[in-house]
Design a protein around this ligand. Structure first.
Ligand SMILES: Cc1cc2nc3c(=O)[nH]c(=O)nc-3n(C[C@H](O)[C@H](O)[C@H](O)COP(=O)(O)OP(=O)(O)OC[C@H]3O[C@@H](n4cnc5c(N)ncnc54)[C@H](O)[C@@H]3O)c2cc1C
Length: 453
């Protein structure tokens, strides 16, 4: 193995004000995830073996979490990735760690699933958050994991009231602690007037996504798993006692296959193409700011989000006085990347107008995997391959948890049972149009966020 990416030298960067106004020059910004500076993805040079007991497709958190459990149980595990291991969202995300329980209002979840099932799902969400903390601690993964709490700002006064009612339900049904912060007090949390107050979940956490990925991969390898990059999986054919899997121009034999490709799922099998829609999300990182500026922005040092449908999220970098700001981006293509980053800069300046002269040094994007019912899914497809995916943008704890659960299922272990087991994994009759339609849907949601309709 050799490092393919050298440590990034601090690029000159571009003023936030200029980026927001579209006065952009892409060459002054690093286009790699900021996280790769501390944890550059490692290229691999050898080829996967001719046969393996378990083949895991995708070397992100899902694949590696599963690999760790399976290898420790004595299975021969081969993890392959089309890019460098960690090429996907697992080294590109915001490092905000939550339970995933805010994807639906509690009342909506109960209306959809009934109270008993809803409570089971909510409790498993809380367990995901506790589980990632335990994993990081037990495996001694050096990734700046911290229970820093999450502040979610209300974009409209009525959002604050709705959020307060939902938080009460979350406390009642899932035992989650929370605080509501009124607008007049919110400067204790954040130096902005953009929000109409917000909610605080003190148990939510942050980590360094790149270092978490590198640590998880190191533990999986130490447990006996092998990990290969540049190994795109094509067709998977079921045989009597296993699968023939095409990787590049070779075919390898695997008794069990796990698909862990989430937002990067494409052409592995029509079953998954019909169920997962990739959605773009992008982030920008600022230069290091002086303490007298930075320390006032987010005095709580938490992770932050908002109540918009097309939401933005942000946080301080774990070890430096930089602001990392992200959001869903529509129409994201490499050739229009700077327009997407300009959009993020405009949102950032709405929150913190005083930062117009601060420079953006890094900007990057990634894909999140959306399911059609907004639930994450794990299980076994009709052709016998296992899968875990569809985290809908809240995947740091979910993918770690689902990777472990699906591995336990593959081992036939009773602890593999999950409240998410019996949720049907819906396809959509118009799935072929869903991927191209994402920008239109996002534009529509953005318009509704703007008008409040
Ligand atoms: C910009 C961004 C910000 C985010 N922020 C947060 C956040 O703050 N908090 C949070 O909880 N979640 C966040 N997420 C979501 C979270 O990162 C993901 O849900 C999680 O990393 C998914 O992990 P995974 O292992 O399932 O998939 P990934 O990490 O995406 O890995 C999938 C891998 O599969 C590989 N692959 C695909 N097809 C093939 C093939 N045919 N053959 C071989 N390999 C293949 C890809 O190369 C990729 O490396 C964010 C996502 C993005 C993109």
């Amino acid at each position: 193995m050799s490092d393919q990416y050298e440590k990034t030298i601090e690029p000159p960067g571009i003023r936030l004000g200029d980026l927001a106004a579209g006065r952009t020059r892409s060459e002054v910004i690093s286009a790699r995830p900021y996280w790769w500076r501390a944890a550059p993805p490692r290229a691999t040079s050898t080829f996967p073996p001719q046969s393996t007991d378990v083949l895991i497709v995708g070397a992100g958190y899902t694949g590696l979490s599963a690999a760790l459990v399976l290898a420790r149980a004595g299975r021969q595990v081969t993890v392959v990735d089309a890019g460098v291991p960690g090429f996907g969202a697992s080294t590109r995300n915001g490092g905000q760690v939550g339970s995933g329980n805010q994807k639906f209002r509690v009342k909506t979840l109960i209306a959809m699933q009934g109270e008993r099932k809803a409570v089971e799902l909510l409790h498993e969400g809380v367990a995901m958050l506790d589980g990632i903390e335990a994993l990081v601690r037990d495996e001694q993964i050096d990734c700046s994991f911290r229970r820093c709490g999450r502040f979610r700002g209300a974009m409209r006064p009525e959002h604050y009231d709705a959020m307060a009612r939902d938080m009460e339900d979350l406390a009642r049904y899932a035992g989650v602690t929370f605080e509501m912060v009124e607008r007049r007090n919110q400067h204790t949390e954040i130096a902005t007037d953009m929000f109409h107050g917000g909610s605080l979940l003190p148990q939510d956490a942050a980590l360094h996504p790149g270092r978490y990925h590198a640590g998880l991969m190191a533990r999986a390898i130490a447990a006996g798993a092998t990990v290969f990059g540049n190994s795109p999986v094509g067709a998977i054919a079921r045989e009597r006692d296993g699968h023939n899997v095409q990787i590049g121009n070779r075919t390898i034999r695997a008794r069990d296959v796990l698909i862990a490709t989430n937002g990067y799922t494409k052409n592995v099998s029509p079953y998954f193409d019909q169920r997962i829609v990739p959605v773009g999300s992008a982030q920008i990182a600022t230069e290091i700011m002086p303490p007298e500026v930075f320390d006032r922005l987010m005095p709580g040092g938490r992770v932050y989000g908002c109540t918009n449908r097309v939401f933005f999220y942000f946080r301080p970098a774990p070890d430096e006085r930089r602001l990392i700001w992200g959001g869903r981006v529509d129409h994201f293509k490499p050739e229009t990347a700077m327009a997407a980053y300009a959009h993020l800069a405009r949102d950032l300046l709405r929150a913190f107008p005083m930062l117009g002269d601060v420079r953006v040094t890094d900007a990057w994007s990634g894909l999140i995997g959306h399911s059609f019912d907004d639930f994450p899914h794990l299980g076994r497809a009709p052709d016998g391959v296992y899968y875990a995916m569809g985290y809908c943008g809240t995947g740091v704890s979910r993918s770690t948890h689902f990777g472990r659960k699906i591995a336990l299922k593959m081992l036939g272990h009773a602890d593999g049972r999950s409240a998410f087991d019996d949720l049907a994994f819906p396809s959509h009759p118009f799935h072929a149009f869903a991927r191209p339609a994402v920008p239109l849907v996002e534009s529509w949601y953005r318009a509704r966020d703007f008008t409040g309709l």
